[in-house]
Design a protein around this ligand. Structure first.
Ligand SMILES: [Fe+2]
Length: 166
């Protein structure tokens, strides 16, 4: 050993961009998006006054956008559901803000209470429904922003290719 230090740098340290990035202004990782959803969930002043309940059709509101992502606020009156769908090329984080929702996939059914979060990858298929007797509110982060939400054939409706978000 002829070095004074165990640490040796191979190549140009200035080329290793990820070591040099300043604190991010916008979320860019799954953990960042989960954290963003947590912070919105914890601050009712950001969303509670915006929520509307619409028994005739699903209600949703674009709460925030940033580079490559969208944050949507959704409400669900009892009995409202999304139908079975995926999210095209988008990943997502679903967070229940208020009430209780049920998420079903081909194999599972789980109850999601306030604060529950689900992270899903592109291609993940599920159905979300308010099976409870009280309205529910949820927050949905999509990365990249949702451009398509294909309905799955067994649940398909005439508006199958509409983006209705869930
Ligand atoms: Fe969904």
């Amino acid at each position: 050993m002829n070095s004074d230090s165990d640490l040796q740098i191979a190549g140009d340290i200035l080329a290793v961009q990820h070591l040099l990035q300043p604190a991010r202004e916008h979320p860019a990782t799954v953990a960042d998006f989960v954290g963003l959803a947590h912070s919105v969930a914890a601050d009712r002043a950001q969303w509670a006054h915006l929520v509307e309940y619409d028994a005739a059709s699903r209600w949703y509101h674009l709460l925030r956008t940033g580079p490559g992502y969208e944050v949507w606020l959704l409400s669900w009156v009892p009995g409202q559901g999304s139908g079975m769908h995926d999210h095209g090329p988008s990943s997502g984080v679903l967070t229940v803000l208020e009430g209780e929702l049920t998420e079903r996939t081909e194999r599972t059914s789980r109850s999601l209470g306030a604060g529950a979060q689900r992270v899903f990858a592109p291609g993940y298929a599920h159905e979300v429904i308010n099976d409870s007797l009280e309205p529910a509110v949820s927050l949905h982060v999509y990365y990249p922003g949702l451009t398509e939400m294909p309905m799955h054939p067994s649940q398909s409706s005439p508006a199958a290719q509409d983006v209705v978000r869930a």
